[in-house]
Design a protein around this ligand. Structure first.
Ligand code: NI
Length: 136
């Protein structure tokens, strides 16, 4: 078993805010991410597939194709968007890095898996200090 990772980037705005809480409590829990007038992050997305190298190519999956699929299925939807308002698969969810990574996994999985290659993980880096990893 070998693991192949493709890295892509996107920029997006969001806000973390719980309507059932006071402004003060939102600030306390979400900090700057609760800013009323939104704010952005430069996200880095790592998509890892696993499988055995194909005897005809030596590839687990064509890395160029993987980049194209990630761009078509995810980046087109999230790049320069408002994650709370514009992204169908985030509707009604808190736009935390955790939920975003889970949403990306669910969107991407049917597009990248084959008989022999499986999605292994989604790693989403939100800031230089914070990232999440999801293994399904
Ligand atoms: Ni934020």
């Amino acid at each position: 078993m070998i693991y192949l990772t493709r890295v892509e980037h996107f920029n997006a705005a969001h806000k973390l805010y719980n309507n059932n809480w006071s402004l003060e409590k939102n600030k306390e829990v979400f900090g700057k991410c609760s800013n009323e007038n939104w704010h952005g992050h430069n996200y880095e997305l790592h998509v890892t597939l696993k499988g055995e190298p194909n005897p005809e190519t030596g590839f687990v999956y064509n890395a160029k194709t993987l980049g194209d699929v990630i761009k078509q299925v995810i980046i087109e939807k999230v790049d320069h968007s408002n994650l709370n308002l514009d992204v169908d698969f985030m509707k009604g969810k808190f736009t935390s890095a955790e939920n975003l990574a889970i949403g990306i996994w669910d969107e991407l999985k049917p597009h990248v898996e084959t008989e022999t290659t499986k999605l292994h993980s989604i790693k989403l880096i939100e800031t230089r200090n914070i990232f999440v990893e999801y293994f399904g």
